[in-house]
Design a protein around this ligand. Structure first.
Ligand code: ATP
Ligand code: MG
Length: 216
């Protein structure tokens, strides 16, 4: 069984690609191996990051012509325990079918009125597919009123990760040469947040596994 995280939000720039790369690297660092990532976005931001990356892990996997489900089945056969899928900022049939394959859908949202207004459309797709989901507040500004308002607004729609990812330049700069904030400095505040976020996600996935909830 390959546990599958789909990172989705209709809103462009919410942090899907940043979280996909950072969580994949962090999961491997914490001993999940090998971790696969899949880029289903035609803008190919994740693939671009991988292209300039020195290590060849996590593994960037191409979708087979037979489709995403067949690709995940192949990963499961190969003993890959975790796959994180980056998606385009859109509401399409293809996003819905990708979300349907998720053990957990991660929805990043910035503390902005625009992001909050857009979140309902993503949640609708996830609910339609009946998949578990969690919001992650991204690009938060510490102690800001809008951050607490965002947390309150999102919690009306569904569960929130207990850690917010703050706006910090190393999330962006680290990715320019194919790394992550944690690979620049494991003790940085950014790296610590990603560690906490992965620890929370890993726990949610482990509970599903423990209760024998089969994916897909
Ligand atoms: N926590 C953060 N702190 C600082 N910059 C961030 C953070 N998260 C994302 N960014 C930056 O914001 C921009 C958008 O992030 P990202 O590409 O991850 O979003 P996305 O949801 O994948 O966008 P798209 O919908 O276009 O695919 C990027 O330039 C990224 O470096
Ligand atoms: Mg992206």
């Amino acid at each position: 069984m390959v546990q599958t995280i789909v990172v989705a939000s209709q809103k462009g720039g919410a942090g899907k690609t940043t979280l996909t790369s950072h969580l994949a690297v962090e999961a491997e660092r914490q001993g999940v191996s090998p971790v696969a990532v899949i880029d289903t976005d035609p803008q190919a931001g994740l693939s671009g990051w991988f292209r300039v990356r020195q290590p060849d892990t996590p593994a960037l996997v191409q979708v087979l012509p037979e489709g995403l489900k067949a690709t995940l089945d192949k990963l499961a056969e190969g003993g890959v325990p975790l796959c994180i899928i980056d998606t385009p900022p859109a509401i399409t049939e293809s996003i819905a079918s990708t979300v349907a394959l998720a053990d957990l859908v991660l929805i990043p949202a910035r503390p902005s009125p625009n992001d909050l207004r857009a979140v309902g459309a993503t949640v609708d797709i996830v609910e339609e597919a009946g998949r578990p989901m969690v919001f992650v507040v991204n690009q938060a500004v510490a102690r800001s009123k809008i951050k607490s308002e965002t947390i309150k607004a999102l919690s009306q729609h569904g569960p929130l990760a207990p850690v917010e990812i703050h706006h910090r330049i190393d999330f962006a700069t680290s990715m320019t040469d194919g790394r992550t904030a944690g690979e620049l400095d494991l003790k940085s505040a950014s790296a610590v947040e990603i560690t906490e976020l992965w620890t929370y996600i890993a726990d949610r996935l482990a509970r599903r596994k423990r209760y024998g909830i089969a994916s897909r």
